[in-house]
Design a binder for this molecule. Sequence first.
Ligand SMILES: C[S@@+](CC[C@H](N)C(=O)[O-])C[C@H]1O[C@@H](n2cnc3c(N)ncnc32)[C@H](O)[C@@H]1O
Length: 315
Amino acid sequence: MTPAPIAPRRLPSLDAAPHAIPYQGSKRRLAHAIVLLLPGDTGRLIEPFAGSAAVSIAAAHLAIPKAVEISDINEPLMALWQRILTDPAALADDYESMWNEQLPDPRRYYDEVRTKFNATHEPHFLLYLLARCVKAAVRYNRYGEFNQGADHRRLGAKPTTMRPRLLATSKTLAGATALARDYAESLEAAGSGDVVYMDPPYEGVSNTRDHRYMAGISRESFIATLRNAIDRDVSFILSYDGTTGTKSYGRPLTEVLDLEHLHLYAGKSSQATLNGETAHTVESLYLSPALVSRLGGVAKAIERLRPAEAMPLLP
Ligand SMILES: C[S@@+](CC[C@H](N)C(=O)[O-])C[C@H]1O[C@@H](n2cnc3c(N)ncnc32)[C@H](O)[C@@H]1O
């Protein structure tokens, strides 16, 4: 039987944590729970499915890891991260110019930027597309072209909002490394003092109908890569499957790997609410044996997720 999910509490210390880019599937909310599972002696926090790097930003904001490495297979996304880290003011200038230029005809402008992005892969174009596209969802066609449409109800964050976001995120992640590469390479490079947080695209919600694949990653090779990391005593936290109402996405990993399986309450499903229904989302978090032992055992790990009762639950 599935244990009752743990309801994460809001960490007031994360109220001022910044974020730079809107991104579908961002772990900004669950970061409040995930950071509590990072041991105090975390050397490097490695996030190999970085996306908007919500967990790395939260952990760095709380100064938990000594160093941060983010990586993702999406090269233009990592080029955008490079610019956020090294050149945020000029990136904010580029965004401001595009945001103002769009005003006479936002629809046409979005399409033009999308064409330019597909021709050049320049990071500031991607920032604009992410700010304006439907659900901040990165979608590519089979030719590798960004093909997500604009959300015509919105113009994207105002430049006066985007600039402080970019500057604050750059400051929070100062000294971090950003790499474009496959998750397996990052996981292979993890040492025993590091902690790896992984949030792969979920099985069952990827574009492919073949559920052995998670957006291009085969379940078999993912499991083999995780097994190798477990054998090397790598500490990792993995977001993998979950349920919304009676629907589940992804098959639990505990059938095949020796991992601690925690269930976190992740709030009401916004999709169900749109359909006039109420469905609760529960997300799985898997902890590797090396991490559980660093945290002093499962009971202590779970205890970390229940800090002071006075703290409000995540809204
Ligand atoms: C669910 S998103 C991660 C969201 C992230 N946790 C956040 O807070 O924004 C999954 C990410 O995995 C990346 N990805 C997909 N396949 C990958 C692979 N083989 N290696 C590395 N990254 C991959 C995608 O580009 C996407 O950004």
